[in-house]
Every structure is written in C-alpha cells, then in structure tokens.
Ligand binder design. Structure first.
Ligand code: NAD
Length: 351
C-alpha cells in the first residue's frame, strides 16, 4: 500500500456556460459590496460587461494587469484599491490578471473572485510569482488562493487559437510534473491524467473550429484539473527551467512552457518511468516526450526557444542559472545535462 498525504484546496468552483451570470450572487456570498475589477487593457470590455451584471454594486475597473505581475503595477493597482475603498477583488482574464488579484490579496487579504479566460491554472493555486527589478520570486501563501472561481466556457470561445495552444500546453505541464512530484499522490495523479487527456483531445479540435463549445468546455475542464495539480504538489525541473528563462530573458510564459515540456519529459523519463508511462498512455503514444512534442506540433505551438525570442549565445548562462537552487527532480540535475536540454530546446530538435 502506498502511504500519502492529500491536502484539498478549499476554493468554491462554478463550472459551465453562462456562469458569469452568477457573478453578483457569488460576489454577495463573499460579502463584496465595492469590488475592484481587474483585467488587461485588451480585455477591458469583458470587465465592463461584467459590471453590468453587478447592478447595485459600485465597482471600479483597473485594466493594467501585465505578465509576471510586476510589483510597480501592483502598487498602481493598490492606489486604486485604496482610492475606491474596495472590499473585494474580481479578476477577469488570464494568469496575468489572476496574478495581479493575488498580489493585491497578499497585501490586503481581500476576498478574490476569479473568472479565468485562459488555461494557465493560476486560479487554483496558493502561489504568486511577482517580478521586481528583473527578478522573479515565488511566494506560497494561503491568502493568495482565490475564494471563488467562476469558469464560464463562453468567455473562452474567442481566446485566439495560438494562445489556446500554448496556454493548453502550459496547463499540461502542470499535470506532467505532478505525475513525478516528490510529494505526489494517487488523487492528484487521477486529476493529472484526466487533465492531460481532456486538453489533448480538445486542443486539436480548436485548431479547425475555435468556437467549438464542447472542445472549449473540455479544454477549460482539463485546465482546471491541471491547475489543481500545480496548486497541490511541488513542481520540478520543467517549471524551474521556465521560471529561469522567463526571469532572465522575459520570454513569453505559455510559449516557453510549450517549448520546454517535451525536453523536460525526455530528461526525466528514465528516472520517472511510471509517470512517463501514464503520460504516454493518455496521449496514446509509446513515448511520452515524443507524444508531447507531436501534440505541440499538431496544434501549431512554437517548437524552439529561438523562435520565441531567446537570443543566440545565451544557453550557457541559462544552464548555469538553472542549476542553481534546483527544485526536487526525479533525474539528477547536472549543468551538462541541462545544457544539452536547453540547446535542443533552443534549436527545436525533433525527438
Ligand atoms: P495572460 O494572462 O498574460 O494573457 C495573455 C493575453 O491574452 C492578454 O493580453 C489577455 O488579455 C489575453 N486574453 C486572455 N484571455 C483571453 C480571451 N479569452 N480572449 C481573448 N484574449 C484573452 O497569459 P496567461 O498565459 O494566461 O498567464 C501568464 C501569467 O500567469 C504569467 O505571469 C505566469 O507567471 C502566471 N501564472 C501563474 C501561475 C501561478 O500559479 N501563480 C500559474 C500559471 C501562470
């Protein structure tokens, strides 16, 4: 018998289509009367539409959320929180918007209601990554875990296909690493396998028909499960590499995950054979790393670090940085091994 610890995350979740209609009721359930609505400039209209659902509540919008939660942006948003006397946070958007909400919650302990519109999964985690002076730090604190999450499939129908692909691979990465996490457990394994399966089935369908609501529902459901994996167990080499590359070169978050994942899987496959077998099984392939790379290629995700903006001649420095303070990982993390992995990922070597 395998002994294990399973710690459930206490977030309340509504999942469906048209669930945004429950926004006012859910805000009221959290005692929110004067929410601050967070989003990006690109998604401001979504926040304005949401305000119309909050009749009776006086709400303010801050639409300055940006990737990697820069502390300067949080400070600007905090001024708005104080100016309007906000008593709760409503975040509508991807991981960047959710991140801003978490950064405010860390400083204020205000309740958070999150409406995710990508597959990043941040809404299911007590983790906040923030950047200051080019350095990314990660904090784990129960205060940043959102109280309520409303998944509304309708809000994802217009997520651009390219972003859907890389965001979906970002989600799959959480589940893959959960399968070989040092503190993994069979409950999280179930969610990881189902999360990968749902996304791997849905993402190729979205390529042909981005507004396929069944495929969108499967993808969002898979992303939710993968987010639980990220929030529940420790991540390993893959996430360490993505954090290092994101922090050093400001590479786009989801694209970096998408490129690195097959190579990280290949690096760990021998040391984590059960995890590799599970990934291969759900993808319907013989080899987990090959299956992940084929999926990424099939859905048009970028295949190399070079194509997503990493400069020639930077692999040495990245490999050195990535082996400093490594996360626990099934295969030993060596500078030579990581150099090879990053060189292959830089060039997009076919596995
Ligand atoms: P994002 O939130 O930056 O969104 C990318 C762009 O897509 C933005 O312009 C956004 O407005 C737009 N967009 C989002 N949803 C849309 C939709 N449905 N339709 C049209 N446009 C839409 O990207 P992301 O990949 O979701 O999030 C990345 C960020 O999340 C990074 O900062 C990363 O560090 C963080 N993250 C944190 C965790 C965590 O647990 N702390 C987990 C995953 C990601």
């Amino acid at each position: 018998m395998q002994e294990f610890l399973y710690s459930a995350l206490p977030t309340r979740v509504l999942f469906g289509t048209g669930t945004l209609g429950q926004l006012a009721a859910e805000a009221s359930r959290l005692g929110i009367r004067r929410p601050i609505l967070l989003t990006t400039s690109h998604q401001r209209q979504m926040a304005e539409d949401a305000i119309s659902l909050l009749d009776g509540l006086s709400a303010a919008i801050f639409s300055g959320a940006t990737m990697h939660s820069p502390v300067e942006v949080t400070e600007q948003a905090m001024k708005e929180v104080e100016r309007v006397g906000a008593d709760g946070i409503i975040a509508i958007g991807g991981g960047s918007t959710t991140g801003l909400g978490k950064a405010i919650a860390l400083r204020t302990d205000l309740p958070q209601l999150v409406v995710p519109t990508t597959y990043a999964g941040s809404e299911m985690t007590p983790i906040l990554g923030q950047t200051e002076d080019g350095h990314k730090t990660t904090i784990r604190d129960a205060k940043v875990l959102p109280e309520t999450v409303i998944y509304d499939v309708a809000l994802t129908l217009d997520l651009p296909v390219g972003l859907s692909a890389v965001s979906g691979m970002n989600a799959i990465a959480h589940a893959v690493e959960a399968l070989y996490a040092r503190d993994g457990n069979p409950i999280i394994d179930l969610m990881a396998e189902e999360g990968i399966r749902s996304l791997a089935n849905a993402l190729p369908l979205l390529l042909g028909n981005p507004r396929d609501s069944d495929a969108r529902a499967d993808a969002l459901y898979g992303a939710w499960l993968c987010g639980i994996c990220l929030g529940s167990v420790g991540m390993a080499l893959h996430h360490k590499l993505c954090h290092t590359l994101g922090g050093m070169f400001d590479l786009p978050h989801a694209e970096t995950h998408s490129v690195i994942l097959p190579y990280a899987m290949r690096y760990n496959a021998e040391a984590a054979p059960q995890a590799a077998a599970k990934v291969a099984r759900v993808l319907g392939t013989r080899d987990a790393a090959v299956g992940l790379q084929q999926l990424a290629r099939n859905i048009g995700a970028p295949g190399s670090l070079r194509t997503i903006g990493m400069a020639v001649g930077t692999v040495d420095a990245a490999a050195r940085r990535a082996v400093e303070n490594p996360y626990p990982n099934p295969a030993p993390v060596t500078e030579d091994g990581i150099h090879r992995l990053l060189s292959d990922a830089f060039n997009g070597v076919i596995l």
